[in-house]
Design a protein around this ligand. Sequence first.
Ligand code: KG4
Ligand code: ZN
Length: 337
Amino acid sequence: MRILGIETSCDETGIAIYDDVLGLLANQVYSQKLHVDYGGVVPELASRDHLRKIIPLIKEALKEASLVGTDINGIAYTAGPGLISALLVGATIGCSLAFAWGVPIVPVNHMEGHLLSTMLENNSPKFPFVALLVSGGHTQLINAMAIGKYQLLGESIDDASGEAFDKIAKLLGLDYPGGPALSLVAKKGKSGRFSFPRPMINHPGLNFSFSGLKTFVANTIRNNVLDEQTIADIAYEFENAIVDILIIKSKRALEATGFKRLVMAGGVSANNTLRIKMAESIKKIGGEVFYSSPKFCTDNGAMIALTGMLRFKNSINNVMDITVKSRWPLTELSPLV
Ligand code: KG4
Ligand code: ZN
């Protein structure tokens, strides 16, 4: 069985083909560049660019896998959460191809795609586990019991961690998306010059808050002359503050559930400092951390194709209507039957 995965929820057009026996056969990602001038994603421009790129990328993916359209047995597309006009491009193309090829189609939850993305790797986690989902729009801790069976343990009460990276990067004069840019300059930063708060770490529970940290760092940026070393030092301390918060809460979630496995997914899980420090900390408490290679942390079609495959194989999921949702909590998903 071969599934074509389509991802268009934000500013990446992702197309992939996943085979249930051979694994990933093709993975094409186009990251939109046109938002750089605006310092953030402009939804209308995003959907127009998806429309420009989606068919060429599908052709490229078929070529990469040495297949033709009629070799595809099913289609999985991101139906939410995300930007409605961007989601509609993937949904419409997906439904049209399913109709033309006479194959079933399944709407996929983008965050479930992230949550399952580590299963694209050889060392894949077994259920149950705690998932730390860290992206541009979400920071959540999830009790993942089985596919489709998720319980929200905690989440950010204000900004998402990726959003905080992007906003601080913008104030530091770095390009969008800010996370990778900030992380790069943080490498030249020195410890000890700045000290930023780690909000909510002393509060019981598993919720996060990043807006107080963001305001504190924004004030620091305003009160300093931004030479190259100062930018690096602020980026270094900011990155460490976010990483510390994510580690403290993840450890607490493992303690609360009694689970040993932590899965990190979403764009921020590509952050190298987070990957190294989280792995060290979780190892110390006898646990294991799973994260995927950076290309599967940020938005991609491979995680959508894989999630669609898992849903097709375990249930009947042929929904030939065009479903898209800007908000779609993981806890609303149903387990496979
Ligand atoms: O999962 P993702 O690609 O898209 C969403 O579903 O939102 O996540 C994008 C977010 C952006 O905020 C971006 O700045 C952040 O992930 N990000 C990073 C890194 N790579 C991407 N943040 C910190 N360090 C990185 N290396
Ligand atoms: Zn994402």
